[in-house]
Every structure is written in structure tokens, then in C-alpha cells.
Ligand binder design. Sequence first.
Ligand SMILES: Cc1cc2nc3c(=O)[nH]c(=O)nc-3n(C[C@H](O)[C@H](O)[C@H](O)COP(=O)(O)OP(=O)(O)OC[C@H]3O[C@@H](n4cnc5c(N)ncnc54)[C@H](O)[C@@H]3O)c2cc1C
Length: 371
Amino acid sequence: MMRVDYILVGYGIAGAALAAELRARHRQVLVLDAPQPDSASRVAAGLMNPVAGKRFALAWRAEELLAAAIPFYRAQEERLRVPILQELPILKLFSSVQEQNSVLARSADQPWRPFVQEATGELPVLPGVEQEFGGLCIRGGGYVLVEELLTRLTALGRQEGWLRHETFDWGRLVADASGGFLYNGHDGQIHARHVISCEGAAAVHNPYFNWLPLTPNQGEVLTVECPEMPAGAVLNKGAYVVPLAGGQLRVGATYRWPPFAAGTTPEARAELVQRLQAITRLPFRVTEQRAGVRPAVRDRKPLLGTHPETPGVHIFNGFGSKGVMMAPRLAQLMADWLENDVEPWPEVNIRRYFSLYPSAPAAADSSVFRS
Ligand SMILES: Cc1cc2nc3c(=O)[nH]c(=O)nc-3n(C[C@H](O)[C@H](O)[C@H](O)COP(=O)(O)OP(=O)(O)OC[C@H]3O[C@@H](n4cnc5c(N)ncnc54)[C@H](O)[C@@H]3O)c2cc1C
């Protein structure tokens, strides 16, 4: 029988950050991940943007999150010996005089100061880019090649034996007398002290956590060939345009609430093409379109913590549209909770939703709840 401290269920960016943190603390970790080519993490544009959103405001705890994220991705680059993180300016281009006036008027008293350079509306001239209303230059962020990172780490994990391609069936998890759990995996029985759901949007079906207010939404992105587009910055004007290698751009993203489409849609493609045409008149060609489901939460904050009745079952989830920037710091918080009993921040702690927990979850394996 294999004995581990932690089974992690799911290896998107959440599972990857938490596995790295627990392994760095010398814990025995086994990751079980159902390979899913269009998981949210693999589809994501990978942006880390400290000043974003319709309101163009400083992102929640941006400084602290970036201070952990950048060293985390740099450490993965060193370990894997491939480029993963691009630290680039993000140019917020105004779409109208009204938007320009409204953002610049608010700029004097904004806490975004460390990230926003020269709130004058003046920008360097980018050939081929529609920038007649000016914009702002945001520093301190960039983007991560998340799919590349996960593909490489998954290969390493399989080779080193700490990751398996396997769908975890929560109904087969059984509590044992020692306070741990037994699980019959594809390759035999596993004993774990703890089991952690890092399943992204699929956690809506998790019998232990289906009472949490996960409200997944679907998003689509395009990859576009546009060799003449300047490559030195991410652009943001109704859509994000992320410069990739070889004249490719990632353009995103759309938002769609349930019912979800079965895959990519012509509507999302048309919407993103139209938004890119508002950014550039340069010729481009769509080479790929992908759809994924974001694990969003009602209050837009992640979900960290332990099941109210089963102390060895935990969740690390709810990263919505910002998993890339948030996962590394929150993985530290989650490990502090698991290892040292330090409660996660109240904003992300699932205790805030304990009032929603039904006393007898119908779908859960009763053998666990009796222990
Ligand atoms: C179109 C789009 C664009 C985005 N752009 C950005 C961006 O630019 N920047 C950003 O920060 N975020 C972005 N996001 C959001 C980001 O993708 C998410 O915040 C993040 O990927 C969530 O990661 P996760 O690990 O929680 O979930 P996922 O990436 O969904 O990973 C969950 C994993 O768990 C596995 N799994 C689930 N259930 C089981 C089970 N029972 N057994 C085994 N394995 C299981 C799945 O197969 C999957 O591999 C975007 C999302 C979309 C859809």
C-alpha cells in the first residue's frame, strides 16, 4: 500500500502551486489528475494584471500576491529550464474621451500608484495600434505560459512518481481508524492523512463541497497570427492581447454564464475578432480557438479550508479569473493552515460559508461521515 501525507485531486494551476508548496515542506504528496486538455488553466491567457477590471482598480491584495507569484514562476523556470514568465508592461488603452477623462480624474487618489506609470494618458507610439485616446502603462505584471508549465510539471511528476493521470472518485474514499483515509486507486490502495480538492469548476460535483457557492463561468480565447503587431507589451482595450512567440497573439476573453456551450462557439470568435479589430487595423488570422470553465465564486474570492465535519478533507479552489496571480501566495496560506494550524485570511477561508453547510450532505459517502 502506498502511504502519503496528502492526496491532491486535480493539477491545474491551483494543484500545481499547492503540490509545489507541500513538497517544498518535505511532505509526501500524490497528485491524481484527470487529464483535461481544455481545463481553465490550460486555456488561460496567463495574465497577471495588478490593475484591471471594468472599474480599472487595484486588484485585491495585488502587491502581496505578485510578490509570491513572480518568485514562484521564476523558480519553476529554473527547475524546468524553459521560459515560463514574461514580465511585460500592460498598456490600458482608452476606448473614448469619456473613459480617458473618467480614469484620469480618479487617478490622483488611487492606491494603484506603485503599478501605474505616469497617469498622463501619453503612451509610446505603437505602429498599427489604435491608441487615439491614449492610455496608461501598468508595470509589475505580465503573463505566464501556464499550459507549458503544467505539461512540463506533469511529465516530471509522472516520471518521479508523485503524479498520476487518474480520475478521483470521492464516493470511494473511506475513513480508517487512524483518522486518515483509504482509497482504491487504479494502481492499488493508497493511505493518505489528508485529501484536498483542487478540481477547479468540477468541484460543483464534489459531494463534500457541493454546498459552497461556486458559480463557474465559461470563457473563450483565440490565438491569432499577426506578425506586424508590436511585441513589447500586453494590450488591454475591451480585450487582452498577449504577445506570444513567433508573431502569435493570445486574445481574450469572453464570459458566459450557464447554460454552457459544448465547446467553442462562432459567437465568441466573432466577439473577440471584433474587439481585436478595435485595437488594430493590422491584418491577422485566427489559428486557434479554445474554451474553458473558470471556477468563480459568489463573492469573487477563493475557497480555502477544511470540511466542517471531516477534518482530513480540504478544498483549495475558487480562483475565478485570476488563478495565475493568486495561486502561489494562497498555496503558502493553505500549507500554513494544513501544517501549522494558521487560519487562512477570512476573505478566502471557507468558514465564511459554513452557514450554508447542510448537516447531512446527501451525496457524500456515509462511511466517512460516521468516522
Ligand atoms: C478563457 C479563459 C481565460 C483565462 N485567462 C486568465 C488569465 O489571463 N489570468 C488568470 O489568472 N486566469 C485566467 N483564467 C482563469 C484561470 O484559468 C483559473 O483561475 C485557473 O486556471 C483555475 O485553476 P484550477 O487549478 O483551480 O482549475 P483547473 O485549471 O480547472 O484545474 C482543475 C484540474 O482538476 C482536474 N480534476 C477535476 N476533477 C477531478 C477529479 N475528480 N479527479 C481528478 N482530476 C480532477 C481537472 O481535470 C483539471 O486538470 C482564464 C480562464 C479562462 C476560461
